[in-house]
Design a protein around this ligand. Structure first.
Ligand code: OGA
Ligand code: MN
Length: 310
């Protein structure tokens, strides 16, 4: 049913640790300030919002990003442009700077297992663009083409609850600590176009962020882990590699437990908005014979508020 005024909507929680579906809005239409304020409240409470049956253009997706806090250009865009991909000319780089194409199509337009992006591979647990100084506050992901029973389900977790439930020895062990967030690899763990394999920890570039952050809107503390890959990759600043890796292993194991997560099975024209400050996400591999094409916009972030005093 079309709701021209976008004045009423209904929210149904998933029943899992994170997520809710919003019914009754047509996101091609403008939303009033009152509805926007309610949606923001609902987003901060549920962390992940699903809007189904949204037939959106890239311009519409960017307008939705504006409703939730403004647009931010993805960190990966510069890597692709530097590697010679032209904006708007391929399946890789979108015309609008605020849109990323997340697809498993190769340069020939056909689905492939590996592409210059994440392709059909699993996107390992991560938060978006944790490898920049000011990571996005949220992400919008809209499905244009989804495989039929072909994988590509996306899971989200609740990093507030993960922090609350952290065993006390782990809570103590991470006090005052920061992670250096590797910007050389994509979410499948593959080196980005033009990036060189780091041989030492000093060669890993990217910012350091506190392991626990304070959400600017809710004031609550949550774990902030970002991304983690095999080999020389993200590490804990204040610890030697092996000790840091052991601690990270335990944190990752804790935070990806089933009871902390919710999994979404995509239909065409779903729009999902996630809070990138207090959730992580992971995407299952895709059947590489089937196309999956998503459009993504990042919602502007703000400087990270550390839970540590110093
Ligand atoms: C992303 C991402 C998951 C997916 O675009 O940041 O992690 O389901 N995508 O494609
Ligand atoms: Mn992501």
């Amino acid at each position: 049913m079309r709701n021209a005024g976008n004045s009423n909507f209904e929210v149904v929680q998933t029943g899992a640790a994170v997520g809710a579906e919003v019914f009754g809005l047509d996101l091609r239409q403008p939303v009033s300030n009152d509805v926007r304020d309610l949606l923001l409240e609902c987003w901060f409470q549920n962390m992940v919002l699903l809007f189904r049956d949204q037939d959106l253009s890239d311009e519409d997706i960017l307008s939705v990003a504006d409703v939730f806090g403004g647009q931010q250009v993805a960190g990966s865009r510069a890597f692709f442009l530097k590697a010679g991909f032209h904006a708007g000319a391929t399946h890789r780089v979108a015309k609008h700077a605020g849109i990323s194409l997340v697809s498993n199509l190769g340069e020939d337009g056909k689905p492939a297992r590996e592409t210059a992006g994440v392709g059909s591979l699993e996107a390992l647990w991560h938060t978006d663009n944790s490898y920049v100084d000011i990571p996005p506050g949220g992400t919008l992901l809209w499905s244009e083409i989804v495989p039929t029973n072909g994988g590509g389900e996306t899971s989200f977790n609740n990093q507030y609850q993960a922090y609350e439930e952290l065993p006390s020895d782990l809570k103590k062990a991470i006090q005052g600590k920061h992670i250096r967030h590797d910007n050389l690899r994509n979410t499948a763990g593959k080196l980005r176009p033009t990036a060189k394999e780091p041989e030492t920890r000093e060669e890993i570039t990217g910012p350091a962020h506190p392991i626990v952050r304070i959400h600017p809107k809710t004031g609550k503390q949550c774990l902030y882990l970002g991304r983690r890959y095999k080999g020389n990759s993200s590490y804990i600043e204040e610890l030697p590699n092996e000790e840091g890796d052991r601690l990270l292993d335990r944190l990752w194991e804790h935070t990806t437990q089933d009871h902390l997560k919710w999994t979404h099975c995509w239909r065409k024209h779903d729009l999902i908005l996630w809070d990138n400050r207090c959730t992580m996400h992971q995407r299952d591999p895709i059947d590489h014979t089937q196309a999956r094409v998503m459009h993504r916009a990042l919602v502007k972030g703000e400087p990270i508020i550390s839970a540590w005093k110093n």
